[in-house]
Design a protein around this ligand. Structure first.
Ligand code: CAA
Length: 384
């Protein structure tokens, strides 16, 4: 077993770290406070090839492996989780799904510009529309309908909590075509945001990842050409589940980065803050916290790498991606809380970044499958 990163992976890690320091750190507090979408940052990510990292170069991607993706997500998330979630959704929920299951025509038309993150010099990214007001964890209970009208489908319904909701040009939408068939009656469609009948709701005012744009999307008699259905009739739920398995590696890596960012801040603070006549790092109460943080972060990283390795090697990564996500997200919540505690009162104010990391950590236990859903996936796999 080789735990060393190879040369190219180290270069990507460094490029992501430099990007986070130089492009994301300036203004990150203001973007969080004012809920400003990180447009410039995402355009820069596109130029770096980070919006379609794992897509084959034939389709506009950078052709990198999933380990590199984990490394890039980790580094960017240490500083700016609002930017990294936009990157994660485009890479693993949108581009991966299209590359794995899209037709050749769909790949040429949609995947290629999505993997480049831009079209005609403008931002061009995607969103994944599964959740609904009444269907979150219970994803098979889709209420959005896609009525088969012959050479097109008629789409009606509402989707909730959509990351990249207003900035995306392309939506991958799951909808029920035949309710009698349950999950086998669900289809996935490629829908362009500017088609008639689509309304984007107001930007959600969130606890964390406040700069990312989360919206409801409403569909009223939207005509979707038949050739925009992804895969065979009734494949939509499996499409969503397979795609989410990869997405969970992205969110696990995001959680890993949030934890790492908070840990680094706490470590630096403990070396300069003095209390009771010495730097607080000399107090065992702080040392034990730092030791536990470092250990849990390392364990989370290894789980992310394992899931990424399995994905890169054509193995089933459903179990390992759920393990990585539940462990890394719970690590992020715990580490950020402890990091804030080490900072004392300073941790509670915005300038020190750690309170934002704690707020950002929470969503990693919720989106792309709650911790409870991950435990359903894990327990089913180990009990079957
Ligand atoms: N891979 C492939 N197929 C799968 C699968 C997987 N991981 N999980 C289930 N399936 C298949 C099953 O085999 C079954 O197929 P058959 O009928 O042919 O046997 C079918 O799908 C239905 O599966 P279940 O009976 O297991 O379905 P369920 O109703 O019990 O639900 C669940 C299972 C795991 C809870 C699933 O509903 C789930 O993952 N829910 C969470 C949804 C989620 O993650 N939402 C996040 C929204 S996206 C988001 O957050 C994006 C964003 O913007 C950041």
């Amino acid at each position: 077993m080789d735990f060393n990163l190879h040369e190219e992976q180290r270069m990507i890690q460094k490029a992501a770290s430099d990007f986070a320091q130089q492009e994301c750190l300036p203004g990150v507090i203001e973007r969080d406070e004012k809920m400003l979408f990180p447009r410039q940052q995402v355009l820069k990510l596109a130029q770096l090839g980070f919006m379609g990292m794992m897509v084959h170069p034939n389709y506009g991607g950078a052709g990198m492996d999933t380990i590199s993706y984990v490394l890039a997500m980790e580094e960017i998330s240490k500083i700016d989780a609002s930017t990294s979630v936009c990157m994660s959704v485009n890479n693993s929920l949108v581009c991966w799904g299209l590359e794995a299951y899209g037709s050749e025509q769909q790949k040429q038309q949609y995947l290629t510009p999505l993997a480049q993150g831009q079209k005609n010099g403008d931002l061009y990214i995607g969103a994944f529309l599964l959740s609904e007001p009444e269907a979150g964890s219970d994803a098979t209970s889709q209420q959005t309908t896609a009525k088969d009208m012959g050479d097109y489908y008629l789409l009606n319904g509402t989707k909730n909590w959509i990351t990249n909701g207003s900035s995306a040009s392309v939506y991958l939408v799951m909808a029920q075509t035949d309710a009698a068939k349950g999950s086998h009656g669900i289809n996935a469609f490629i829908v362009e945001k500017n088609w008639p009948g689509i309304t984007v709701g107001a930007k959600e005012n969130k606890l964390g990842i406040r700069a990312s744009d989360t919206h409801s999307i409403m569909f009223a008699d939207v005509r979707v050409p038949k050739e925009n259905r992804i895969g065979e009739d009734g494949f939509g739920f499996k499409f969503a589940m397979h795609t989410l398995a990869g997405g969970r590696i992205g969110i696990a890596s995001q959680a890993l980065g949030i934890a790492g960012g908070a840990y680094q801040l706490a470590l630096a603070y403990s070396k300069q803050r003095r209390a009771f006549g010495k730097e607080i790092m000399h107090h065992q109460a702080i040392q034990f916290k730092l030791a536990d943080m470092a250990t849990r972060i390392e364990a989370a990283r290894l789980l992310c790498f394992k899931a990424a390795y399995e994905k890169d090697n054509g193995q089933d990564y459903t179990l390992s991606s759920s393990m990585a996500k539940v462990f890394a997200s719970e690590t992020a919540m715990w580490v950020t809380t402890e990091a804030l505690q080490i900072h004392g009162g300073y941790g509670y104010v915005k300038e020190y970044h750690v309170e934002r990391l704690m707020r950002d950590a929470k969503i990693t236990q919720i989106y792309e499958g709650t911790s409870e859903v991950q435990r359903i996936v894990i327990s089913r796999a180990i009990l079957k």
